[in-house]
Ligand binder design. Sequence first.
Ligand SMILES: Cc1cc2nc3c(=O)[nH]c(=O)nc-3n(C[C@H](O)[C@H](O)[C@H](O)COP(=O)(O)OP(=O)(O)OC[C@H]3O[C@@H](n4cnc5c(N)ncnc54)[C@H](O)[C@@H]3O)c2cc1C
Ligand SMILES: NC(=O)c1ccc[n+]([C@@H]2O[C@H](COP(=O)([O-])OP(=O)(O)OC[C@H]3O[C@@H](n4cnc5c(N)ncnc54)[C@H](O)[C@@H]3O)[C@@H](O)[C@H]2O)c1
Length: 488
Amino acid sequence: MSEAPRTYDVIVLGAGPCGENLAERTSDAGLTTVVVESELLGGECSFWACEPSKALLRPMTARAEARRVPALSEAVSGPLDVAVALAHRDKLANYWQDDDQVDWLNSVSVDLVRGFGRLDGPRQVTVQTAEGETVRLAARHAVAVCTGTDAALPDLPGLSDARPWTSRNATSSREVPERLAVIGGGVVAVEMAAAWQALGSQVTMLVRGTSGLLPRMEPFAGEMVADGLREAGVDIRLDTSASRVTRTGREVHIELADGGNLTADEILVAIGRAPRTGDIGMETVGLKPGDWLAVDDTFQVPAVADGWLYAAGDVNHRALMTHQSKYQARIAGAIIGVRAAGRRLDDARWGAHASTADSAAVPQVVFTDPEVASVGMTVREAERAGRRFEMVDYDIGHVAGAVQYADGYRGKARLLVDLDRGNVLGATFVGAGVAELLFSATVAITSEVPVERLWHAVPAFPTISEVWLRLLETRRAGVVRRFEGTSG
Ligand SMILES: Cc1cc2nc3c(=O)[nH]c(=O)nc-3n(C[C@H](O)[C@H](O)[C@H](O)COP(=O)(O)OP(=O)(O)OC[C@H]3O[C@@H](n4cnc5c(N)ncnc54)[C@H](O)[C@@H]3O)c2cc1C
Ligand SMILES: NC(=O)c1ccc[n+]([C@@H]2O[C@H](COP(=O)([O-])OP(=O)(O)OC[C@H]3O[C@@H](n4cnc5c(N)ncnc54)[C@H](O)[C@@H]3O)[C@@H](O)[C@H]2O)c1
């Protein structure tokens, strides 16, 4: 006879950035909370994604920037110290240990059960521990699924036998492959192509279709990143698909759909993500295993009765980034707390319990050379949404701060201004050092500040932020493109 389940107010499945933050919020709201984690607390981001990938990229971007400072370029003309770069990556991935996070979880009064958790009917979770034990948990108020994603793999003949790299290998490898083939042209593909080319691989990117790199962003972003990658030596093959992959010994042979072929030492597949819902007991609550967990604006899964099931972070497919996962976690945790206390939600637009930024202002930085920083809508998205807006472009290379920053600075900024509301709808910056510009645009969008007020937001001279002033001046001069929207 199995023991009675341990009962908590809230059970959180998965302790990535989302699960950790959600649990902290429900605990803070006075709810007893337990987290179930099958691997490492901190999730993909800390160990196989953001942290190690940015550690691998930073030497490349720092070197590229230093090479554009005339008095410095000779001093940094040599190759990177690969052993040091990989050791530093290991350090920033905390040597794949999560002791710090365990201490933090204790400090916020959240219990931890290590093991693989599965839903087991309404409000029930069963955990299989590494020691072969089964732990049964029950929730009084909520179960929050924060299980994140795995790398998606295409149905490509021979691929699984060829032992492809996924993002996990690309962020944790201790060997630098001589030749690395990359399938995909999104964020993981461009960042990892840039990092491994700088570390000594000859990288070839196979990018299907004609949309180019970074197809979700403004087209000029992908074009400028492609220029940067090509200058670094990456072979980018657009409109090229693999049709079969074979591994013989240390080599991978890739047949291409156009009849050509390519030989590499490793092949990285970076074609997007798949939800970790295939084996978490979805069927026990009437859901289909392997599906994304669609949620309403309060992060409840509406397909499940009685409102006890929540899903936040990557697994709900809203905005697959760490900062958005944490944002959702803060809001979902607060919502669970408010509902448990029987209080009303503050769920009006931009209210404490509304994840308004998920649809209005998702910032993203692509850490390549040049960097891309974007927030809010692109032209394509604004057009699809039928908005009336103006598009203003400016060459960041003409900004005094950029000229100081780097000899021959290349960059571009685009601002979208909503013509009905008079505020910023979206912004994209491409160039060295633009990542730190992004928060200014994010604040402009979330505060819905009238764009005319930005004349009073004076950027210091000579900084790259002066691009804001140049964008306003370009707009005042009427050098804009207008989009009249579906109602115009
Ligand atoms: C190569 C790469 C680089 C990236 N770089 C960035 C970046 O620079 N900036 C950025 O914002 N985003 C970046 N991302 C995206 C970012 O990693 C994710 O958005 C983020 O990790 C999502 O957090 P999460 O908590 O929702 O899921 P995850 O981080 O995936 O965490 C889910 C957790 O749930 C656990 N889990 C899963 N199933 C179970 C189960 N059944 N039982 C118990 N535990 C379970 C997992 O072990 C994991 O710890 C990157 C992604 C990749 C692949
Ligand atoms: N700096 C960051 O913020 C950062 C870095 C890395 C990853 N991420 C997040 O991780 C997520 C996953 O990134 P990603 O690059 O894997 O996905 P992505 O969705 O950004 O890009 C996928 C790419 O693969 C291509 N593709 C899709 N199916 C294909 C197929 N069958 N064959 C060939 N090509 C195919 C797409 O056209 C696209 O170019 C993203 O949503 C991103 O937000 C963020």
